[in-house]
Design a protein around this ligand. Sequence first.
Ligand code: AMP
Length: 420
Amino acid sequence: MSTFKAPRGTYDLIPPASATYLAVREAIAAPLKRSGYGYIETPGFENVELFARGVGESTDIVTKEMYTLTTKGGDELALRPEGTASVLRAALEANLHKAGSLPVKLWYSGSYYRYERPQKGRYRHFSQVGAEAIGAEDPALDAELIVLAHDAYRSLGLRNFRILLNSLGDATCRPVYRAALQEFLRALDLDEDTRRRVEINPLRVLDDKREAVRAQLADAPLLRDYLCEECKAYHAEVRELITARGVDFEDDARLVRGLDYYTRTTFEFVHDGLGSQSAVGGGGRYDGLSEMIGGPALPSVGWALGVDRTVLALEAEGVELNLPAAVSVFAVPLGEEARKVLFGLVGELRTAGVATDFAYGGKGLKAAMKAANRSGARYAIVAGERDLAEDVVQLKDMDSGEQSPVPLTEVVEAVRARLA
Ligand code: AMP
């Protein structure tokens, strides 16, 4: 071991387990790629003000969890704690909303950083795949995104997840509700921190996980009783469209989520096998965010799914992904001459699209065959001086142990035919 360890709250992805993470990212991205979402990549850090304004000055993410730094040039930066603000910033900066028809549909995949107390399922560095549809107010778009996340989880073989759905209202009805909720909350017995939150962001008090607070919230007014006609109709259509696609969900009138920018549709995917960190993904509509960060009015909707927690959910359900072995063929040369010939053959196989590895390090036959076994390859190609004298290699089926000579010039085709 070296003198150094991965920082607290982080972990490394190492083969073979890392292959599962890649497969999860690909499985989440696949439905998006089939649905007109283009790939976007933004920097790992942004101007700190983008998150303060975009995510919300009163959120835990901004007040407690951001990794901030001042550069030598005096810039105030933060490692990104989430993706939406950055993606919208990038889309506005590139004028994507003016370049073509709306919505602009984007997907992303990357690392995010939050200074949280580490526990299972909660890390300081984690990974998300996300999607944003920018610049359209259409219940079908909200429904599309929910269905695509559902499809992604299903394609991975997950069963025990639930979709929680709520509407947070809009600029017309939410202020009325906010005032009613504040009036209710001010009469409660709350600590100073929470009382401050009641004044800055009362909806987030509904999200408080502490029993002492929860117990007092049983009779809190609910947003669904305050929704304006437009929000009610919008929400009804989202529900109708998801239902028509055969996707089950639960109405959760208390779902508010930890970020300030959400309006109307809000949803969370929870998995019942994960204990306290049960949210595997979440998202919603954020019609006001663009204006909050200095852009034009661009009603938008999006989600982010956590890769780490999705992998934990797979483990909790005992789902084994059907991952292909890293290589199909492993070449074992016996002697100096064979080393050169097989090295060339390995290159030809790779060019032909066959994943192939080679016994490096001048191993003897026994050690080389052990390496071939460990590689998971279906076939080994073994050749010594006598084989080369006859212009053949031995092609060995690693499962059955059967071995037969194949002319050097026909190896690539023979291997391809057998793998097909
Ligand atoms: P959020 O932006 O907080 O709604 O996060 C979206 C998803 O990212 C969550 O549902 C989790 O799957 C994942 N996530 C958020 N924070 C963490 C964390 N600290 N560690 C691991 N996954 C996280």
